[in-house]
Design a binder for this molecule. Structure first.
Ligand code: GCW
Length: 676
């Protein structure tokens, strides 16, 4: 080979390895030339502790580390001790040692000193929910195709392994591998073998797998005539299926179920209720689990039964889940958990907490957050969701009887794009979910600070302004999309962009924005007070008393609970119409500021990630204008009022936006070139 050619090849190799595509996420550590000194104590044979040891050997730059397994507790608490540079990580679980190891690496990355500390998880189950389909599409996925399922083939297990490592680095210990709109074929022998292979790859990272199931599976692939949960043959079918699963995957976590919701089958198709369905599955899982040998600490299987239900007949969709589930309180097996979306409608930029969290007394519940940004700008807009989840946890701590949850779920934003999440900035929400599920008292500020330092640089000139951007981003999104309690006014189908007018023929009323904003000549907002749908009565007295009164209701939820005249006086003396206009404008100004700040970050970020993210911030600012103009010009037709003098002239015309149609499905990200 001639010399020049060789040099070129070498140069190309170097530039290829340096190309920055965001794939490393927040795990950017250089490998040691000489392995770090790591020993274990009290550990027999453990794939999880081996992972911890290997991670430290490869990346830990400090003195000796001893990983010590001791004690009987089953929670993943770990302690770190530092005796003159000799570090001991102690835990009574193997996972605890792994999380302790990742904490050391995090402290190293963020430049902190290792101090004596102890860290306990708030929730014992910290689980991602993937809405991935067996054909490889991801519902509401904005980062490519599934990393688990490929049409006609097996997932790339190397990527699955990397995924496991990333999850473990933030304390995530379980994952549901497929969409809640589940295909029956997920339980056929072939798919279960694939599931087993995935489980085997994830086990060394302390991650257990779960599946979403379709309630009609015994009919569709089992050849039965019914899926009635009280039918003997159906029960037998599930018993056998669970036995088959546990033979393959002895630590299988259990099922996630969306039943009798948005057209999915369920026990109510047979005149049974949610408890009948959930309990039958819970028993079948238990039997399967008990019939096989597993490691001593393996948690018992559970059914996560979703409360995301609403019927076209009810007068208020926000009340439906409570109405359906409250009468069943206490009727569920103790290995059933009701999985409830954080708000009563559907992952909107801002919702009050779902009333079920305050009310179910004899049935465990777990919150479901949406990490993928279905309603908050897909993988394009920066919207740091830790702020939203913090609001949720604060309300729970303030008003709910049960102050913490044993399980927390997040709908993942992971796909097969190189950067995993569709953009670099939206990676922060995967990180934030893990950190908050582990510790619900951690501040969004701390998460932002850690993540920025690990993902980009520890330089203050970058970290400080970008922490501000992240901290402001969620409220900015609320302001330019759905301020003051507005909700569900997005485009039908794909949900990207504003369409407060969206009114297709033949659609269910509760899928249409008008059902929610109720704008008319008098005013705007959904009356959920005692004079309206009475949804407020589902809240505990302390919240009821606030939400039910127009003057006491927090203005950020005003139009969620009240239909308010356009001339209503806000706390600052403005009319509602003026406040609406100013709030939209405020959001737009913030989005524009984010783009400007990012421009100033150029010196601190590698060229590839800088340019890629710049496109997203610029698009976000444009979208903010689109939302603002669409909503204000549309609502103006009802208010009949002028924009306040200090509001900028709209960039778009309402009639043009009303004609605009974005031709995409529910599995793809909005293409920039097709946006207005
Ligand atoms: O938010 C809605 C989504 C659906 C989703 C559903 C659910 C998986 O638009 O795509 O279906 O919620 O949570 O079940």
């Amino acid at each position: 080979m001639n010399k020049l050619y060789l040099t070129l090849l070498l140069l190309l190799g170097v530039s290829l390895t340096k190309a920055e595509d965001g794939h490393s996420l927040w795990l950017r550590m250089s490998k040691n030339d000489v392995p770090a000194n790591v020993r274990t104590q009290g550990v027999k044979k453990s794939v999880v502790v081996t992972t911890a040891t290997n991670e430290l050997k490869q990346y830990w730059k400090g003195g000796q580390v001893i990983l010590s397994l001791t004690g009987k507790s089953t929670d993943d608490t770990y302690s770190i001790g530092n005796d003159n540079g000799v570090i001991t990580v102690t835990s009574s679980t193997e996972n605890g040692l792994l999380y302790g190891a990742y904490t050391l690496l995090r402290l190293q990355q963020t430049g902190e000193t290792v101090k004596t500390m102890s860290d306990s998880p708030t929730s014992s189950l910290r689980i991602l929910n993937h809405w991935d389909n067996p054909n490889g599409t991801v519902e509401r996925g904005f980062s490519g195709k599934s990393i688990f399922w490929k049409e006609g083939g097996m997932a790339d297990l190397e990527i699955v392994k990397e995924y496991g490592r990333v999850c473990a680095s933030v304390g995530i210990n379980a994952t549901v591998l497929n969409n809640v709109n589940a295909k029956p074929l997920m339980l056929d022998a072939k798919k279960l073998t694939e599931t087993k292979r995935i489980a085997d790859v994830l086990r060394p990272y302390g991650i257990r797998v779960f599946l979403s199931i379709n309630f009609a599976t015994p009919k569709v692939i089992g050849g039965l005539e019914t899926a009635d949960p009280l039918d003997k043959k159906v029960v037998e079918w599930w018993n056998k299926k669970c036995a088959e699963i546990y033979k393959k995957i002895p630590d299988f976590g259990g099922f996630l179920v969306k039943a009798n919701s948005e057209g999915e089958p369920g026990p109510m198709d047979y005149g049974r209720n949610h408890a009948d369905g959930a309990n039958m599955l819970a028993d079948a899982l238990n039997k399967g689990f008990e019939a096989v040998k597993h490691a001593a600490n393996t948690p018992k299987p559970i059914v996560m039964w979703r409360a995301f239900v609403y019927s076209p007949k009810g007068m208020d969709r926000a009340s439906q889940a409570y109405d359906e589930f409250m009468p069943l309180d206490g009727q569920f097996r103790d290995n059933v958990i009701i999985q409830v979306k954080n708000g009563p409608i559907d992952f909107q930029p801002r919702e009050p907490v779902s009333p079920l969290f305050f009310s179910l007394e004899k049935t465990p519940v777990m919150p479901e957050f949406q990490i993928t940004q279905e309603y908050t700008g897909e993988s394009i807009h920066t919207c740091f969701l830790a702020s939203m989840w913090k609001e949720f946890f604060d309300t729970i701590k303030g008003y709910a009887r049960v102050k913490k949850y044993d399980a927390v779920a997040g709908v993942a934003n992971v796909g097969d794009m190189r950067n995993w999440c569709g953009s670099d900035m939206t990676q922060v929400n995967w990180y934030a979910f893990g950190r908050m599920a582990w510790n619900d008292a951690i501040t969004p500020q701390q998460i932002a600070d850690e993540w920025l330092k690990m993902t980009y640089t520890t330089d203050k000139a970058f970290v400080e302004p970008m922490t501000d951007v992240l901290m402001e981003s969620r409220e900015a999104v609320v302001r330019y999309m759905m301020p003051l309690g507005l909700h569900h006014i997005f485009a039908g189908g794909h949900h990207y962009g504003p369409e407060p007018w969206c009114d297709p023929k033949g659609w269910r009323e509760d899928w249409k924005p008008k059902y929610y904003h109720k704008a008319d000549k008098m005013g705007i907002g959904f009356d959920r007070t005692m004079n309206g749908s009475q949804n407020v009565r589902q809240y505990p007295d302390a919240l009821f008393n606030i939400y039910n009164k127009v003057d006491e209701c927090p203005e950020q939820l005003l139009l969620w609970f009240h239909h308010v005249p356009w001339t209503h006086k806000m706390h600052n003396g403005e009319t509602l119409w003026e406040a609406l206009c100013h709030t939209y404008d405020h959001g737009v100004r913030q989005a524009e500021a984010f783009a400007r700040i990012w421009n100033q970050m150029k010196p601190y970020v590698d060229a590839e990630r800088y340019e890629a993210q710049k496109l997203n911030f610029d698009r976000q600012a444009k979208d903010a204008w689109w939302w603002r103009d669409a909503c204000l010009l549309y609502f103006q037709q009802f208010s009949g009022m002028k924009l306040p003098l200090d509001c900028p002239v709209p960039k778009y015309k309402c009639e043009d936006l009303q004609k605009y149609n974005l031709p995409i499905d529910n599995y793809t990200r909005a293409p920039f070139e097709k946006l207005p």
